[in-house]
Design a binder for this molecule. Structure first.
Ligand code: KPL
Length: 330
C-alpha cells in the first residue's frame, strides 16, 4: 500500500515539476534541497520550511505553489525529525543529476526506511543499478521522462514541453519477487496518474531507459554545440546529420545488448525534439549556468559500452570530448 507522501531528492526542473504536480493532485511531497556551504552555515538551526514556486504551465497559465522543503543534509533533517511525521523516508524519488546521486543518497542514507521505495528518475545510466547493490532491502524502481521543463530562476519553473513518464521495476540479482515489485510499480504509476502529467507503467522499462538514453545522446550535446533549444536542431542540417549518426551508433550498441525499440531511433529523437521544441535541454541549462554536465553518464556511457563491445562510436566520442573540454570540473 503506497503512502500519499513522497520525498524528492533533487530540486532541479524535473524534481520541482513533480513536486508542483503532486501538490495540485493532493499527493504530498517534501523537496530535499541542497544548500551551498555559506547557506548551510547561516541555516545551522534550519527547520522544515517551504519554497514558493511560480509555475508556467503548458497552456500558458500561471500558478504559485508552496512546496515543503528540507535541506538535504542528514543533520538538518534529523533536527526537523520531531516535527516530521513522515520519517523515516518510506518513499523517495531521486531526481538529482547522475553525478550527484551518490553523495546525495549518502547524506540521507540513515533516514531511509529499511525497505524504502526509491524511484530513480534522472538522465543517464548506471545509478539505479548501483543503488540496487548498495541497498538490497530497498525496492528500486526507475522512471524515465521526456517532460521538458526549466527553471529560469530558483523560484520559477516553466513547463515547456509535454512529454511522457514511464515507470517500471528494474530486475536485479536480489531475492526480490518480480511480480510483487511490478505490482508496486503499477501502483506508483496509478497514483502519479492523478497529476496532469502523462504517466504509464512499463513492464520492460530497460528498453525505455535505453531509448531515453538515445534521446539524451542525440539531443543534449547538440543543443550545447549549437547553443539552441531542442526544436532548432531540426532546422539545422548539420545538427540533423550528427543526430542521425549518434542514433545509428546507439542502435548498434543496443542491438548488441539485446535491446530492441519499436521504431527507428532517429524518428523517435526527432519527434521528442519537436514535442519539446522550445525547451532548453538540461545539458544546455547546465552549460549556461556553469554547472558540470551529465555528459559522462550519457554519451560517455555509450563510448564505454562501445569499447566493451568492440563497436566504434566516433560521433558519440567526439561529442563527449567536445562537451567535456568545455565542462566545469565536478
Ligand atoms: O531529457 C531531456 C533533457 O533536456 O535532458 C529532453 C527530453 C531532451 C528534453 O529537453
Amino acid at each position: 500500500m503506497l503512502e500519499d507522501h513522497w520525498y524528492i531528492l533533487g530540486a532541479g526542473a524535473i524534481g520541482s515539476l513533480f513536486a508542483c504536480q503532486f501538490e495540485r493532485a493532493n499527493i504530498h511531497s517534501t523537496l530535499l534541497v541542497r544548500l551551498d556551504q555559506s547557506t548551510q552555515v547561516n541555516l545551522s538551526h534550519v527547520e522544515k520550511t517551504s519554497r514558493s514556486i511560480d509555475v508556467t504551465f503548458l497552456d500558458g497559465s500561471e500558478h504559485n505553489f508552496s512546496i515543503q522543503t528540507l535541506p538535504s543534509t542528514q543533520s538538518s533533517i534529523t533536527r526537523s525529525k520531531r516535527s516530521l511525521t513522515t520519517l523515516p523516508i518510506q518513499q523517495l524519488i531521486l531526481t538529482t543529476k547522475a553525478h550527484q546521486s551518490q553523495a546525495a543518497i549518502d547524506n540521507i542514507r540513515s533516514l531511509l526506511a529499511e525497505k524504502a521505495i526509491i524511484v530513480v528518475m534522472q538522465n543517464g545510466m548506471g545509478v539505479a543499478q548501483q543503488l540496487q547493490a548498495q541497498l538490497p532491502q530497498c525496492s528500486i524502481f526507475v522512471a524515465t521522462t521526456t517532460e521538458g521543463a526549466h527553471r529560469p530562476t530558483a523560484s520559477s519553473l516553466i513547463h515547456a514541453g509535454a512529454g511522457e513518464t514511464w515507470i517500471g521495476y528494474l530486475p536485479s540479482n536480489s531475492q526480490k519477487d518480480y511480480c510483487t515489485e511490478s505490482i508496486t510499480a503499477q501502483s506508483i504509476a496509478e497514483q502519479w496518474q492523478r497529476t496532469t502529467l502523462s504517466i504509464h507503467y512499463d513492464h520492460n522499462i530497460i528498453q525505455r531507459l535505453w531509448t531515453k538514453l538515445a534521446i539524451n545522446c542525440a539531443i543534449n550535446p547538440l543543443t550545447v554545440k549549437y547553443q539552441c533549444n531542442n526544436g532548432a536542431l531540426l532546422k539545422n542540417p548539420e545538427a540533423l546529420q550528427l543526430m542521425e549518426k549518434v542514433c545509428q551508433e546507439l542502435q548498434q550498441i543496443m542491438t548488441a545488448r539485446g535491446i530492441h525499440t519499436s521504431s527507428n531511433l532517429f524518428t523517435i529523437v526527432k519527434q521528442v525534439a519537436k514535442n519539446t521544441h522550445s525547451n532548453i535541454s538540461s545539458m544546455l541549462q547546465d552549460n549556461r549556468n556553469h554547472r558540470p554536465t551529465e555528459i559522462h553518464f550519457i554519451n560517455g556511457y555509450i563510448v564505454n559500452e562501445g569499447k566493451a563491445l568492440g563497436i566504434p562510436t566516433p560521433v558519440n566520442q567526439a561529442l563527449a570530448l567536445e562537451i567535456t573540454r568545455n565542462d566545469i570540473p565536478k
